[in-house]
Design a protein around this ligand. Structure first.
Ligand SMILES: Nc1ncnc2c1ncn2[C@@H]1O[C@H](COP(=O)(O)OP(=O)(O)OP(=O)(O)O)[C@@H](O)[C@H]1O
Length: 257
């Protein structure tokens, strides 16, 4: 399975945000980080791929154009986590996960129950199953949103800043869970994030959207460099290697524009 994006354009009524985005094919089993400064179009791209935003161009998953799939079929193939946390509701967490799990198309109740238990355990929310969403913290709600996406067992995950409300331990845990998901199922995850260190540590490929419409995709260390930190984010920075061997981004200051 591959995800191919070519000539993708999208935007809003009076504002064109993405122009003719053209990317190399993304192979199955890939976790791809989508990075770039505020307002550059990460959410727009993710929403366009999810079919929630008008777009032109070609997006194919396993050689099938996503635009030609029925809404039901698209929901089965593509699971989207919005940037906003799930709305507070009086439903308990288990009910929310059950509703999401039915979108997978799985009909055997025991399989659905097992999938929910497995995902909840991996995200550390088993104890929250009978709590109302309206009574959870921001980070807990973000974890429930992510669990809803994972129980759908879709081959393409589109995650818009899935770790923005999480503490250090759970940021790492979530990326590990997503990486395992894509490896085991030969799925693809596209993860929009402002956390460049997480992107460098977990992503197989990085897509960097830069102001002015430049878009490039490649190995994390080829894309995140001193030069691209300057041109894309407007900062002076470096990519170094920590004592454990992980690449880390150090920001020295705001660059002169
Ligand atoms: N509903 C909307 N109507 C009009 N313009 C919008 C709308 N949503 C976003 N935009 C504009 O589209 C551009 C891209 O926004 P988008 O949310 O995709 O950026 P982003 O890269 O995800 O930003 P951030 O990192 O701040 O979340 C911005 O200039 C934004 O102001």
């Amino acid at each position: 399975m591959t995800l191919s994006i070519s000539n993708l354009s999208s935007g809003y009524r009076a504002r064109s945000v993405l122009q003719q985005i053209m990317l190399p094919s993304i192979p199955a089993g890939s976790l791809v980080a989508l990075i770039g400064p505020n307002g550059v179009g990460k959410s727009t791209l993710v929403r366009a791929l999810a079919g929630l935003q008008p777009a032109s161009g070609q997006v194919t998953l396993q050689d099938e154009p996503l635009a030609t799939l029925s809404p039901r079929e698209r929901q089965r193939r593509v699971a989207y986590l919005p940037q906003t946390l799930p709305q507070a509701t009086s439903l308990v967490v288990y009910e929310m996960l059950l509703g999401a799990a039915y979108l997978s198309g799985e009909t055997v109740q025991a399989q659905i129950t097992a999938a929910i238990a497995r995902v909840a355990d991996s995200l550390g929310i088993t104890e929250l199953m009978l709590r109302r969403l309206s009574e959870l913290s921001g980070g807990q709600r973000q974890m429930v949103g992510l669990a809803q996406v994972l129980v759908r067992q879709a081959p393409l995950l589109l995650l818009d800043e899935p770790t923005s409300a999480l503490d250090l331990r759970w940021q790492l845990n979530v990326l590990e869970v997503v990486r395992r998901y894509v490896r085991e199922r030969q799925a693809i995850a596209l993860v929009a994030s402002h956390d460049l260190n997480l992107a460098l540590r977990f992503a197989d490929q990085v897509i960097m959207l830069a102001p002015g419409g430049d878009c490039r995709m490649g190995e994390p260390l080829q894309v995140v460099t001193s030069d691209s930190l300057q041109t894309c984010y407007g900062v002076q920075g470096r990519v170094e290697t920590c004592s454990l061997g992980y690449p880390v981004v150090l920001v020295d200051g705001v660059a002169d524009l």
